[in-house]
Design a protein around this ligand. Structure first.
Ligand code: ADP
Ligand code: ADP
Ligand code: ZN
Length: 214
């Protein structure tokens, strides 16, 4: 099963993708997370991507495409995958379709997780991540067992550089301009399902689970 998750920053894509990945045993591929790992490790890709990410801008399409196509060559993608944060521009969507077509493959379903702007701002201001393993928390909705410490690896949690309020607003406007057109693009192909993301994350997951089982 090949799944694409669409939705504004903070909609809960990463949270849902992790649950879907566990339930359906397919890898969770987050382009944002791959970029952050590269930045953290100081790789050439990370060095190129960092300034775009910190400003709330998108990383250029060619860099992003190469990275994703490379990742999709890994053997764990054989039975499908869930893409979180890709594609994010029309150029990426079209290039991705072409790449899939060459392999006689196609996207099965696009889930568009929708939340209001006010909810987004609240979610991002409370988001904390683990710099070492990438696990995501929320200070109120999804707190770690020990305050400020990652449940999985014991590292100290941080605020993402691009989750500061000014950058969040920039990312939202980039989303509306560059990514939202993909909603119509996929709806036109009848592979889009809208999900109300402004509910408890488990409730959102139950709905997604039943859609994917059908
Ligand atoms: P969120 O989940 O909050 O929307 P992500 O972790 O998906 O954020 O992405 C963080 C940043 O990484 C983005 O703001 C952008 O700079 C970069 N990025 C992630 N995915 C892409 C992509 N498909 N194309 C271009 N840039 C991307
Ligand atoms: P995205 O990947 O779309 O940017 P995340 O999954 O990282 O979104 O979620 C953004 C923040 O909101 C995180 O701090 C996360 O713990 C929290 N969160 C995710 N889903 C929900 C939900 N349904 N209700 C409340 N908070 C949520
Ligand atoms: Zn961790």
């Amino acid at each position: 099963m090949k799944i694409v998750l669409l939705g504004p920053p903070g909609a809960g894509k990463g949270t849902q993708a992790a649950m879907i990945s566990g339930r359906f045993e397919i890898p969770h591929i987050s382009t944002g997370e791959i970029f952050r790992t590269n930045v953290h490790e100081g790789t050439p890709l990370g060095k190129e991507a960092k300034s775009y990410i910190d400003q709330g801008l998108l990383v250029p399409d060619d860099l992003t495409m190469n990275m994703v196509l490379d990742r999709l060559n890994d053997p764990d993608t054989e039975n499908g995958y869930i893409l979180d944060g890709f594609p994010r521009t029309m150029v990426q969507a079209i290039m991705f379709d072409e790449a899939l077509e060459q392999r006689n493959e196609s996207i099965d379903i696009v889930l568009d997780i929708d939340v209001e702007d006010e909810v987004i701002v609240e979610r991002m201001s409370g988001r904390r991540i683990c710099p070492d393993c990438g696990e995501t928390y929320h200070i109120e909705h999804l707190p770690p067992k020990i305050h400020g410490i990652c449940n999985l690896c014991g590292s100290e949690l941080i605020v993402r550089e691009d989750d500061r309020p000014e950058t969040v607003l920039k990312r939202l406007s980039v989303y509306r301009e560059k990514t939202e057109p993909l909603v119509d693009y996929y709806a036109g192909r009848n592979i889009l399902t809208k999900i109300d993301g402004d509910r408890d994350s488990l409730e959102v997951f139950r709905e997604i689970e039943s859609i994917l089982e059908a």
